[in-house]
Design a protein around this ligand. Structure first.
Ligand SMILES: [Fe+2]
Ligand SMILES: [Fe+2]
Length: 222
């Protein structure tokens, strides 16, 4: 058997390190494409949002607070899952390059929502309450529990040795890509675009456009 034949496949246990010859060039291409999408939180101008918030009803402001708090926590959970549940089982240096890039993007998303909350909620008590939403608000707590269920299901797996291990890994991957980065986030983006359609909260909409572009690639990669 040649050295090439002995190379491990994507979900075989181990950490292949060799990039040439490249086994999964499409993952490397996705990494390079993702780099082209680089943005920073400082590029988002939130000035007009503060003025817009004053025009919203109490109920609309409440909704915005919940949305942003959900995103801030949701992106942290997704980042944890990339590191704790996915990275160690992906036996391809090209794919791990992409996951490293995704991790950076999730950090930028967390920073964006942190900056939004700090801007939208100047009162420290309001801020703390928004960030505690994952514990105190039942609808957000249930979303977090849904994520933890699938993280816990792979927590004990050091390497994917059995069919059951692979099944649990794939369930986690699909759950996060389709349900969390997909349904949960996209459902929330829809509210942001509803405000934008009324000419409101352009800063939030600008950042959301860039987060949306990143999340679409995360789902595509998964
Ligand atoms: Fe994200
Ligand atoms: Fe993501």
């Amino acid at each position: 058997m040649s050295t090439e034949d002995q190379k491990k496949m994507l979900l075989d246990p181990g950490f292949e390190l060799t990039l040439r010859p490249m086994r999964y060039p499409s993952f490397y291409d996705r990494y390079r494409d993702a780099i082209k999408n680089t943005w920073t939180v400082e590029e988002v101008d939130l000035h007009s949002d503060v003025a817009d918030l004053a025009k919203l009803s109490e109920g609309e402001r409440h909704m915005i607070g919940r949305l942003v708090a959900f995103f801030a926590t949701g992106d942290s959970i997704v980042a944890n899952n990339v590191v704790l549940s996915l990275y160690k089982h992906i036996n391809s240096p090209e794919a791990r390059l992409y996951l490293s890039r995704q991790l950076f993007e999730e950090a930028v998303h967390v920073q964006f929502y942190l900056t939004l909350l700090d801007t939208y909620l100047p009162d420290p008590e309001d801020r703390n309450a928004a960030f505690a939403a994952v514990e105190n608000i039942p609808s957000i707590a249930q979303k977090a529990q849904f994520c933890f269920k699938y993280m816990n299901a792979v927590d004990h797996i050091d390497s994917l040795q059995t069919k059951e291990d692979r099944r649990a890994f794939l369930l986690n991957l699909i759950c996060f890509a389709a349900c969390v980065e997909g349904l949960f986030f996209y459902g929330a983006f829809a509210y942001v675009y509803w405000f934008r359609s009324r000419g409101l909260l352009h800063g939030l909409a600008t950042g959301t456009n860039w987060v949306f572009r990143d999340e679409s690639m995360h789902m595509d990669f998964a």
